[in-house]
Every structure is written in structure tokens, then in C-alpha cells.
Write a protein that binds this ligand. Structure first.
Ligand code: ADP
Ligand code: MG
Length: 340
């Protein structure tokens, strides 16, 4: 077969570059929720409110009471690779914020209608930037930022077709908020859908937040995990084998405050249950791992949900023993309780 005629090399237009990049960052409404809540937390918010319409496909509005964005920086916030969070490679290697790539808002703006409304401390009023027109107008709100995202994938119909029902998309959005809420009990979260209040988690202790988000049963049916050695700390709660579930829908792992999916850690936890959990039953757990920032690379995945560890083997063992200890102590405590 004849080869197609050669086409000249061309630079892609900015808009298309952003749309391609958006493919990695914005898969569905829940990805938008995740990125916007990340930003609110990075801005030091103590209250975050989400308002969703049609599972987030019609609208996602995230309001925070954080530091805000000054008027002169509003357009920059939407620019690709523009960030207030890192300046140098050194800062990247010890990054403490959720964001740092400066991609999310640009990506979202390229596949949805978007507006940014923000007010900083000391400003006389807020400003609203319409992403499509670039127009900025005065607006009213207290200190903080609101990001409005409407009609996700309106201009990329092929991707819009991959969305599931509103109910499914809403469930994914709620799961995204849950992941944040578990890690940040000090922050209040409110979630509305179609004008109905779905969740309200007030700032609370970690244990109270676990109860609020995962239910009283999770606390009753789990044991505290704690292990600390050198630069590695691992704590949280591990579900008792009796409370294992048929689905892996209550498994939360955080590395330095960031929700991650990690095969190594999951395997470490799973192996702690090796002798007590059979078949396909899935343990529930919430595990926070704190590790020196130079021992983990968070910049391996555009959404940072995957990370890479320098001492994977050691971490695997530590996690395994920490969970094993928690489960073993619970069994000896129960044994003692039945004797006495
Ligand atoms: P990143 O979070 O990686 O910096 P984003 O595209 O998510 O990139 O955001 C770009 C910039 O916009 C951020 O660095 C931050 O300065 C600003 N920003 C975004 N959302 C908020 C917010 N809710 N409050 C204050 N500033 C924000
Ligand atoms: Mg961000």
C-alpha cells in the first residue's frame, strides 16, 4: 500500500495543546472537583462549598474562603504552566502544596465554560474573569475564590459521550470530596446537588471526620494503626477482617496528605491480612503515610495520583507490620476481654 503523502511539521495552536493536555487531567466532573478542591486547600481555605448540577456535567461551582487571587493575576491563573506554588527545581523536590504544575485551570478552561471570581484581603471588592472572553468585571463576594465550571466537554463531544449517567458522575464527585475531607478534618466541606444539601462535614477531630465521612461502623469495626521510625510515619485505621467488604470501596491511602493509588502500599496492607482474610474479601482502611519529601517523587503522573518511592521495599514492610500490629493487638485485647 502506498504511504500517505508527507505532511509538514507544524506547531499546534495553544488552544489545541491545552485540549490535549486536558485529556490527562480532566477525565470527568470528579477530576474537576478534585483539582478545584486541591486549589482551595492550597489557598488555605477553612470552608469549602461545592455546588453541582447534573452530576457536575452541567455545573461545578467551588467556593472557598482562602487567600484569593489579586486582580492583576487573574488572567495568569488560567495560563498553562503558570503557578504561584513553585519557582525552582529545589522547590519542586520539597513541594508541600497539592498543585505545582500550573495546568489544571488552563486544562479545565479549554474543555468547559469557566469563570473565576476572587477577592483578596484588603481589596475593596471582588473581580470576575470570564475565561472565554477574557473580560474582567467587578463582582461581590467575601475574601476567597469561586470557580464556576459549566457544560463540561461542550466543545469535545467525543469525550462528553464517555460520561456516564448523572447519578454515576455525582457518585464520583462525592468520592473525590470524601478523599479530600478524610485528609483535612480541619476544613469544613459542604456539598449541594441541584440545590439540595447532600453533605455537610464541619471542621472536627480526625476521628470525628472519619465517623462523619465513613460512618460510625467504620470506627467500631476498625483498629488504630500507628508506627513511627526515622523519617517515616504511618497511621490511620485498619478495618477488622470480619468487616471486610465484597468491593474495594473503602480503601484510602495518603502520602504526605495526598490521596494516592499505589500498588506497593496496597500490597503491603493486603499482606497484613493474608492469614485472616480469605477469598476476594476487601479490607477497609484509611492510612496516612508521612515520609521525607526527598524520598518520594510526586511528579510522575499529571494528576499526581501515582507517586514513586525511593525505598519501596522498606515502605512495603513498614506498612505491612503496622497494619499487622493493629490487627494483632485487637485480637489479643478481645481474647483478654473474653477471659476476664
Ligand atoms: P497549580 O495549582 O498547579 O498552581 P492551577 O491551574 O490549578 O495550577 O492554578 C493556577 C494558579 O491559580 C495557582 O497556582 C494559584 O495561584 C491560583 N489559584 C487557583 N485556584 C485558586 C484558589 N481557589 N484560591 C487562590 N488561588 C487560586
Ligand atoms: Mg491546582
Amino acid at each position: 500500500s502506498a504511504a500517505a503523502p508527507r505532511r509538514a511539521i507544524r506547531e499546534l495552536p495553544d488552544e489545541l495543546i491545552s485540549q490535549i493536555a486536558a485529556g490527562e487531567v480532566v477525565e470527568r466532573p470528579a477530576s474537576v472537583v478534585r483539582e478545584l478542591v486541591d486549589n482551595a486547600l492550597d489557598a488555605g481555605a477553612s470552608q469549602i462549598q461545592l455546588k453541582l448540577m447534573a452530576g457536575g456535567v452541567r455545573a461545578i461551582v467551588v467556593e472557598d474562603d482562602g487567600l484569593g487571587i489579586p486582580l492583576e493575576e487573574l488572567p495568569l491563573a488560567l495560563k498553562r504552566h503558570a503557578t504561584s506554588k513553585i519557582r525552582t527545581l529545589d522547590e519542586l523536590e520539597s513541594v508541600a502544596t497539592m498543585g505545582f504544575r500550573g495546568e489544571a485551570l488552563a486544562a479545565i478552561a479549554s474543555v468547559a465554560e469557566m469563570a473565576l471570581l476572587s477577592r483578596c484581603e484588603g481589596a475593596s471588592h471582588a473581580h470576575r474573569l470570564d475565561a472565554r472572553s477574557g473580560e474582567i468585571a467587578p463582582a461581590a463576594r467575601a475574601r476567597g475564590t469561586s470557580v464556576e465550571v459549566r457544560e463540561l466537554f461542550f466543545n469535545t463531544p467525543a469525550r462528553r459521550k464517555f460520561l456516564k449517567t448523572d447519578a454515576t458522575e455525582l457518585a464520583h464527585c462525592l468520592e473525590a470530596v470524601r478523599r479530600h475531607a478524610l485528609a483535612r478534618p480541619d476544613v469544613g466541606f459542604t456539598v449541594w446537588h441541584e440545590g439540595k444539601l447532600l453533605e455537610q462535614w464541619r471542621a472536627a477531630s480526625s476521628e470525628q471526620r472519619l465517623k462523619d465521612v465513613l460512618g460510625e461502623d467504620f470506627i467500631a469495626d476498625s483498629r488504630a494503626v500507628f508506627s513511627e521510625a526515622g523519617p517515616l510515619r504511618c497511621y490511620g485505621r485498619a478495618g477488622l477482617p470480619e468487616a471486610a467488604r465484597s468491593r474495594a470501596d473503602m480503601q484510602y491511602v495518603y502520602v504526605n496528605g495526598r490521596f494516592v493509588r499505589d500498588k506497593l502500599i496496597a500490597h503491603g496492607i493486603r499482606s497484613a491480612y493474608e492469614d485472616v482474610l480469605h477469598g476476594q474479601r476487601q479490607p477497609s482502611y484509611v492510612l496516612f503515610i508521612e515520609i521525607a519529601p526527598d524520598r518520594v517523587d510526586v511528579n510522575v503522573h499529571p494528576t499526581k495520583i501515582e507517586v514513586r518511592f525511593r525505598d519501596g521495599r522498606e515502605l512495603h514492610q513498614r506498612v505491612r507490620y503496622a497494619v499487622q500490629d493493629a490487627l494483632a493487638q485487637s485480637r489479643s485485647a478481645e481474647a483478654l476481654a473474653t477471659i476476664t
